[in-house]
Design a binder for this molecule. Structure first.
Ligand code: COI
Length: 354
């Protein structure tokens, strides 16, 4: 294997020249594929993050007393690196992820990397793993920044030490096809209103959806649409993504009220739709309303923009149009076009890495 060297400040790392993957045949999906390097930066409670470094990808050692393991003091982000037609590598709005991580860190009493530290670390991680960025149309490199309380504590207090860690892995689609959603009437994803943690990417928001998803999948559904926990009448979010409904060419999505994740794809799709001349509303949407929509779609970093073919609420199943002629497909194409450098980026959303 041919090796070349990459220099990052004081770090020198050797990188193989290409990933041993036949991108044409490999069915990546959304599962862990170990890559070459990860980024690690540590910080004591009360301090600021200062210097991180790239280290070979591998398991991390953690105290059994670590606060992340015992009390769930941790948040994460998700973003992607995209390969353009001419082989460049682009990130999409990474400073938005950095900003969202800061908000989540404040909520969970953690120090967070600055916007600049976050974006620089993401760039370094992608560059060190650039052979894992799939060619255009073969996938993307999914980047997962974690901010976790790794210091030991037995009492319910913020950890004495924090780790900011970034790993990455090549992925294709999160869902294999359009979605058949089940509206969940027993379990909730988040506490409605601004008092909970539904609006941040706390690690604790995710495992609680497993019961509902497992049951839904066993009954042939692809994912679960959660209702607000106060009244059980309004739609909030799918376990892994935000939701939009289209009726008479007006696009609506639940407003981010503290319970709903302020998705970066959600925000970008709203802007793209407005630019294309559509009316977009962020508002309360009842479950009855989604059942009479013309079109429903989901957005998220992992999910991108995926159309919903049906929503089932108790005994009622509503079906929606999907495919090439849908509004969601038009929005998806524009978004992916910008992300991959095929559509002009008039808003300065992309950041070149290499
Ligand atoms: C993402 O879309 O990046 C997420 O973090 C959702 C996760 C369930 C894959």
């Amino acid at each position: 294997m041919v090796l070349f060297f990459v220099f990052y400040d004081s770090n020198v790392v050797a990188v193989g020249n290409c990933a041993d993957i036949n991108w044409d045949e490999h069915e990546l999906g959304f599962s862990p594929v170990p890559t070459d390097f990860m980024y690690v930066m540590k910080c004591a409670k009360g301090d600021k993050f200062s210097q991180g470094s790239l280290v070979p990808y591998g398991n991390i050692e953690i105290s059994p007393f670590a606060v992340i393991l015992n009390y769930g003091q941790g948040i994460f982000e998700g973003l992607k690196a995209y390969r353009t037609e001419d082989g460049r590598i682009l990130l999409f709005r990474p400073e938005e992820n950095a900003q969202r991580m800061k908000i989540g860190a404040d909520r969970l009493c953690m120090p967070s990397p600055s916007i600049d530290q976050f974006v620089t670390a993401v760039k370094q991680t992608v560059l060190a793993n650039k052979r894992w960025v799939p060619p255009l149309e073969k996938g993307t490199l999914y980047i997962r920044p974690l901010l976790i309380g790794t210091g030991a504590s037995l009492s319910l207090t913020p950890a004495p030490e924090y780790t900011f860690l970034i790993y990455c892995t090549p992925v294709t689609s999160y869902h294999k096809s359009s979605l058949n959603l089940k509206v969940e009437s027993k379990f909730h994803r988040a506490i409605t209103g601004s008092g909970g943690t539904g609006g941040i990417k706390s690690v604790t928001n995710y495992a609680p959806v497993y019961t509902a998803i497992t049951e839904a999948k066993a009954n042939g559904f692809s994912d679960v649409l959660f209702l607000d926990s106060a009244t059980g009448k309004n739609i909030e979010e799918v376990s892994s993504c935000n939701v939009f409904v289209v009726k008479d060419n007006v696009i609506s999505t639940p407003e981010t009220n503290g319970a709903i994740l302020p998705g970066i794809t959600r925000k970008s799709i709203i802007d793209i739709a407005l630019d294309l001349g559509y009316e977009v509303m962020e508002r309360t949407i009842s479950v009855e309303e989604i059942l009479v929509a013309d079109e429903v779609f989901c957005t998220g970093t992992a999910v991108v923009v995926n159309s919903v073919s049906s929503v089932t609420y108790k005994e009622t199943r509503a079906e929606y149009k999907t495919g090439a002629e849908t509004l969601s497909e038009k929005l998806r194409k524009t978004l992916v076009g910008i992300q991959t450098g095929c559509v002009e980026d008039k808003k300065g959303w992309t950041l070149r890495v290499d």
